[in-house]
Design a binder for this molecule. Structure first.
Ligand SMILES: [Zn+2]
Length: 322
């Protein structure tokens, strides 16, 4: 029997093997359909009256569209994170799919090899732009219901020689260390918000909670003193689980959902990315938050959601490195 390759038009229906087979034109079709579900819209003036230029002429690049109103020309990349990118569209779609389908993320080095991107620098920049596309604005009504809040410390271990020389257990773990504090706020069975914070103090923790959580919610934390008094801002109050007494669940009081979020983040940061610097940690947090908040979807649909975030965002290499 002759093998007939399956025909897909939507990313949501595709497995990794199908995404790997996409041609450049198919990838463009997929990106256009996600960006403009009702047909192309001119990014210069917003008109929907457009003409596709004939790519057969040598002077015209593939996928160029001309606006009938402002006469401006554009492609699906204009006005998105892909603006002026030299990476092919099929590599972009595959990179989106890879970063959305792997639970702990993919390293830039791995993407460079898998997609045949020439330099590590280009792959690294690609990854950070995809993280930017994944970044979500604050939820309109805030997190709701039971919201678990916890903080952890993320960052590379100091070199062994440094540890031997200056070993001070307090300095390398937990509160008071030089690692970067990250906090997570997570609805039970729902969405999460995670971000690095300057310091694990009452002001930072409480303002992040008030900013991100709906006032009708119940807050659950461990006994860390900085959370004390947060209950008065929320109708459901503040419930505390005492980790110091080795109690992790008491009735419905637990921060285990927040702990499992951190378990994923830490396995990603330490196992995949090895070292994440302070200035980029925010984008890694957004990547993990995006995957968490879309965890119930299949890989292709999750990638479609990430691609919907490309519009109106830019991250030049220069801006990404500093
Ligand atoms: Zn126009």
């Amino acid at each position: 029997m002759k093998y007939i390759p399956p025909k897909f038009t939507r990313l949501a229906d595709m497995a990794a093997i199908d995404v790997g087979r996409l041609t450049e034109d198919e990838a463009r079709g997929i990106l256009e359909a996600i960006r403009w579900p009702k047909g192309p819209v001119c990014p210069h003036c917003g008109s929907i009256k457009i003409t596709r230029l004939n790519p057969k002429s040598e002077k015209v690049r593939d996928g160029v569209i001309q606006c009938n109103d402002c006469r401006g020309q554009f492609t699906v990349m204009v006005g998105t994170i892909m603006h002026r990118s030299h990476i092919t569209l099929r590599q972009w779609v595959q990179a989106f799919y890879a970063m959305c389908s792997s639970k702990k993320g993919v390293s830039a080095l791995q993407l460079q090899r898998n997609l045949g991107i020439h330099t590590y620098k280009a792959a690294w920049h690609l990854c950070h732009r995809i993280r930017l596309a994944m970044s979500e604005g604050p939820l309109a009504d805030g997190l709701k219901g039971t919201v678990e809040v916890d903080e952890t410390f993320v960052g590379g271990r100091p070199r062994q020689s440094v540890i031997n020389k200056y070993y001070d257990p307090k300095q390398f773990c937990g509160h008071g260390s030089t690692k970067i504090p990250v906090m997570v706020l997570v609805e039970r069975n729902g969405n999460a918000v995670s971000k690095p914070i300057e310091r694990v103090d009452s002001f930072n923790l409480k303002s992040a909670i008030i900013e991100n959580v709906n006032e009708n919610s119940t807050i659950m934390t461990d006994e860390w003193q900085a959370y004390k008094g947060i209950g008065k801002n929320f109708k459901g109050g503040h419930k505390v689980i005492k980790h110091k007494d080795k109690i992790y669940v008491k009735g419905d009081i637990t921060t285990n959902t927040a702990e499992s979020y951190f378990a994923l983040l830490k396995r990603g940061v330490h196992g995949i990315f090895h070292h994440v610097s302070k200035r980029h940690l925010n984008r890694y947090c957004q990547e993990f938050q995006f995957r968490w908040n879309h965890r119930k979807l299949n890989d292709g649909t999750r990638a479609e959601h990430a691609i919907q975030g490309i519009e109106g965002k830019r991250l030049t290499y220069k801006k990404a490195v500093c």
